[in-house]
Design a protein around this ligand. Sequence first.
Ligand SMILES: [Zn+2]
Length: 543
Amino acid sequence: MELVVEDAVFVTMAADGGPSGPDGALLVRDGRIAAVGPAEAVRAAASPGARVVRLDGATVVPGLIDAHCHVADVGYLAASGDCSQPSAPDIPAVQARLREAADRTPPGSWVTGSGYVEYKLREGRHPTRADLDRAVPDRPAVLYHTSLHACVLNTAALAEAGFADGQPDPPGGAFGRDRDGRLDGVVFERPMFALFERNLRADLARMDAAARIRLVQVAGQRLAAFGLTAACEADMRRDSLAAFADADAAGLLGLRIYGLVVHDQVDWLLASGLRGRRSARLAAEAVKIWADGGMSSRTAAIHGSYPVPPYGSGILYFERDELTEMVGDFDARGFQVAIHAQGDRAIATVLDAYAAVLGGEAGGAGNRLRHRIEHGGAMYPPLAARAAALGIVVVSQPGFLSTLGDGFAEAFGDRSGQLYSFGSWQRAGITVAGSSDAPVITADPRLGLRDAMLRRTGDGRVLGPAERLTARDALALYTTRAAFAARREDEIGSLAPGKRADFAVLDANPLDADPEHIPGIRVLATVLGGRPVHDSGGVFAGG
Ligand SMILES: [Zn+2]
């Protein structure tokens, strides 16, 4: 079965620029791109029975790639009660969503809601345990903040988590308290991460194969609606890999998944025989390590200390020698290594480890497995120069700028313009890939495209105007460079003959649009391996 797509603007992102006129066409054969170029030539290459789809001047871009996304978490939260604003405008609406969620939550699992932002609620505050108790009085319930840096527990959940009135704040986190000092149910930071992790793992273990497949499928649908056709799963574990593998075997994996397997699960991975490529859609051949904490929680390991609570210098999880040994071990076993590093102290430690393992071959040629730094927030110019010399790939999150940028500005003051310095990194010669880190923020890459170009925070300040990218460089983050970061540039990331037929159909060309308007560009359809996986525009309907 052949498919000709025509009457569209093709943004190929191919090295030679490729065709981009309004009268282009693209031929799909056996799930791959057979030709792309002037309509006449493409039609001539197609067989007589090929299906022809006309796009009425829409724009076709390569399938977008999220190089760091917690895909399983996105699917997990999608099944929870939708407590986001404006969908749930006030606390009574949140309570109604939690009651609905309770009706479909199996015994043993916590009733779960997600997506709220306290200042967007009509009441302008976090809901409390009392608010949750009124909705779900008799079993544990949790409501996750959209940032996943806070949540609210009802009384039964507080008890099950072992949190009691009078208890001091736990390490790396804090409890909200009422005027009498009693816990009000709000939990911040580290204990919140632990709860989320515990609930996710417990619920995955409780699910049957069909429910796990459904979780993966829903995540795929969410991402496909944004034009995404591939993602690096940044937190792949035994249970989530099984879920992806089941979905893939059932033909229900709606995007390509490249797994970064959590470092303490690598022995299991090797013993299980699941290492490597399982199919064109699923692979597990990289290892994930966390070197430090996060930026918005001020736990990223920095030189000096934060001027805002909790005032420390952040948390470094491994000393240099220990990290070097881990990297050396995974490198020797042929794994690509991806290390979460946000603060400058953590990044320096990671670069020391990479340098010790890779040696100093010119132009970063020693980095054959394409070891990566995830995030790289405070990778200031001297660190960027070192990363460039080592050939380290940096996978970062432009969308943090509008969603979390004001918090960065508070924590980093004068230096905040040097955070996520995409322009400088690119000029230093680093390959930078784009990603969302969803569900920390939305997985929508249109937000990241805009933020890479504007670098504007929620309050409207511009962090580091010199670090802004052009539209083409911003789009490259989510196409060619993300493909490179996942070691898949021979297969995806651009529209060229021989590559997989992964593309998105947009109602406007992001390279011509006012960056302000990019988040409003509609994704009419998303195509994976020549088949539509999303079609809100009815582009492929009928025929
Ligand atoms: Zn992450």
